[in-house]
Design a protein around this ligand. Structure first.
Ligand code: SIN
Ligand code: FE2
Length: 221
């Protein structure tokens, strides 16, 4: 006899807009390798609270790996090949992250995704990210692959205008969300992270956002 699933997965409860895929637990196979790689990156390019163009410190601490890194300061949001704190190139994109990004984008129906930028966001309890679009990339044909590790968080996923009320996705350690195509410029954000302790990562949520950002314009903007 057919038994309905007693505990359907969280992602099965939500109809997500076209172009968006929520892969629950997808990164768990790479968990330890990812955590090891992150420790190396953060040693070479420490997390920092960047300044918005409006002069506010971000509550999320950030760093990058890959040939381009996303930065913000008084002059605006942009990608840069050098870490402004050290003047050195960002740490290379580790093989484990490249492999995970390829597997996740393929699973979501976007084959041949080759990221050149990986933003690492670190949320202490209370940190949040307000609704925004990712639009500092050179073109929007490539998807975005977003990996969640550590404490859970509510990911807010809206529409193509700020007015649409966002869906609330309870993301857990190991979840991957991929969005592209008609959803590439969707508004998204993260609600304030609740306090807690993750067995492997402690009191923090770490998010990796993989993008195809370049090539940069000649003037470096
Ligand atoms: C971002 O939009 O850059 C971060 C999203 C997240 O932390 O899940
Ligand atoms: Fe974003």
């Amino acid at each position: 006899m057919f038994e309905p699933e007693l505990f359907p997965s969280a992602s099965a409860l939500l109809p997500l807009p076209p172009g968006v895929t929520w892969l629950e637990g997808f990164a768990l196979d790479w968990e330890d390798a990812l955590i090891g790689a992150l420790a190396q990156i953060i040693k070479a390019a420490p997390l920092r609270h960047m300044l918005t163009p409006g002069g506010q410190r971000m509550s999320v601490a950030m760093t990058n790996c890959g040939s381009l890194g996303w930065i913000t300061d008084r002059h605006g949001y942009r990608y840069a090949a050098l870490d402004p704190d050290s003047g050195r190139p960002w740490p290379a994109l580790p093989e484990v992250i490249r492999e995970l990004a390829a597997a996740a984008s393929l699973a979501a129906g976007y084959p041949s995704f080759e990221p050149d930028a990986c933003l690492i966001n670190c949320y202490a309890p209370g940190a949040r990210m307000s609704l925004h679009q990712d639009r500092d990339e050179r073109d929007f044909s490539a998807p975005i692959v977003s990996v969640s590790l550590g404490l859970p968080a509510t990911f807010l996923f809206g529409g193509l205008t700020r007015r649409e009320r966002p869906q609330r996705l309870p993301l857990a350690h190991g979840d991957v969300v991929v969005w592209g195509g008609p959803a590439r410029l969707a508004y998204h954000g993260v609600a304030p992270v609740a306090d807690g302790r993750h067995p492997k990562l402690g009191r923090q949520r770490i998010n990796l956002t993989l993008r195809r950002a370049g090539p940069l314009n000649l003037n470096g903007n």
